[in-house]
Design a protein around this ligand. Structure first.
Ligand code: C2E
Ligand code: MG
Ligand code: MG
Ligand code: MG
Length: 293
């Protein structure tokens, strides 16, 4: 805590800081290598399931790094370091390419698209939309196969929303989906939200848990749904860990859910099985008339 840190002699402080800087620099070097190495970086995919029909609407790509000496390092531990370096650009390019490569077949067979997480740095100072269009063309995929997610906190921390808004508008105009991630943890105002070219909001997992007992969370989900409706946005509940919470977010009006109760992030081969098994035709409860042979 602060009080204790403040009592540390400066030399200790300096040494800690130096160690952290060294660590971050080493990680950056390792990441640069990992980007061209085979197999260290991988993507896993977490399905998003419609609340009404309980079908997979799309999947979110999540980065995994298996460091050769340090083992698995979660994205929360290295993405923020990358974001302070120009390496965030090749990383996002890598994610984009890998995601389209792996999910392309699912788009063709099941119309299931993929969302990637992007940083604000990806959206300004270069032709992001051009990069995306080029990648889609290379994989022979239409724009509606792709979405991008940007956290509310990072977006609202921008000094000026102008340049990012412009990129987001180009993306949505092109048919690429734009999701405001971890909604509820940033400092959006209704005015700024209203000006934001977006497809929808993803309610942060901090608000979607213990809904049966936690009235405050219930109210926060309800208000988020109202805001989404008001602005004509779709809304996804993140971090759905129990059946009770999935039912609750469904009743409260969320369009879709994502979370451990539905599925954990998984490699693409597992995902293909998951999608097949969760299709209504594969369920015993299917009541539709059988297709004529
Ligand atoms: P996010 O985009 O909000 O992704 C959701 C995170 O919550 C993921 O963590 C996911 O594994 C986890 N999660 C999903 N369902 C549940 C649940 O039911 N309960 C709990 N407790 N957690 C759940 P992960 O994979 O560690 O990613 C953390 C964050 O790192 C992501 O948050 C995203 O902001 C960032 N990230 C991940 N991949 C990328 C990437 O390729 N590029 C960028 N720029 N950021 C990424
Ligand atoms: Mg996300
Ligand atoms: Mg999120
Ligand atoms: Mg998050």
């Amino acid at each position: 805590d602060h009080a204790r840190q403040n009592r540390q002699p400066f030399a200790v402080f300096e040494r800690d800081m130096e160690r952290r800087v060294q660590h971050n620099l080493a990680l950056l070097g390792d990441l640069r290598r990992a980007l061209s190495a085979e197999g260290e970086l991988n993507l896993v995919y977490q399905p998003v399931l419609g609340c009404e029909d309980r079908r997979v609407t799309h999947v979110e790509a999540l980065l995994r790094w298996q460091h050769p000496h340090l083992g698995p390092i979660p994205p929360g531990d290295f993405v923020p370091i990358l974001e302070q370096s120009s390496l965030i650009q090749p990383l996002t390019d890598w994610v984009l390419d890998r995601a389209l490569d792996e999910i392309g077949p699912l788009w063709r067979s099941e119309r299931i698209g993929v969302c990637i997480n992007v940083s604000p740095q990806n959206l300004v100072g270069r032709d992001f939309v051009g990069t995306v269009r080029e990648a889609l063309a290379r994989h022979n995929l239409p724009t509606d196969a792709l979405g991008v997610e940007l956290t509310e906190t990072q977006l609202m921390a921008q000094d000026s929303l102008g340049p990012i808004t412009e990129t987001l508008r180009e993306l949505t105009n092109a048919g690429i989906k734009v999701w405001l991630d971890d909604f509820g943890t940033g400092s959006s105002t209704l005015v700024r939200l209203q000006q934001l070219p977006a497809t929808g909001l993803k309610i942060d997992r901090g608000f979607t848990q213990n809904l049966a007992e936690n009235r405050r969370n219930r109210d926060l989900v309800r208000i988020s749904v109202d805001i989404a409706r008001l602005l004509g946005l779709e809304i996804i509940a993140e971090g759905v860990e129990t059946k009770s919470d999935y039912d609750a977010v469904s009743v409260l009006g969320c369009d879709a859910g994502q979370g451990y109760f539905i599925a954990r992030p998984m490699p693409v081969d597992k995902l293909v099985d998951f999608v097949r098994e969760s299709a209504p035709e594969a369920r015993g409860s299917d009541t539709r008339a059988p297709a004529l042979a």
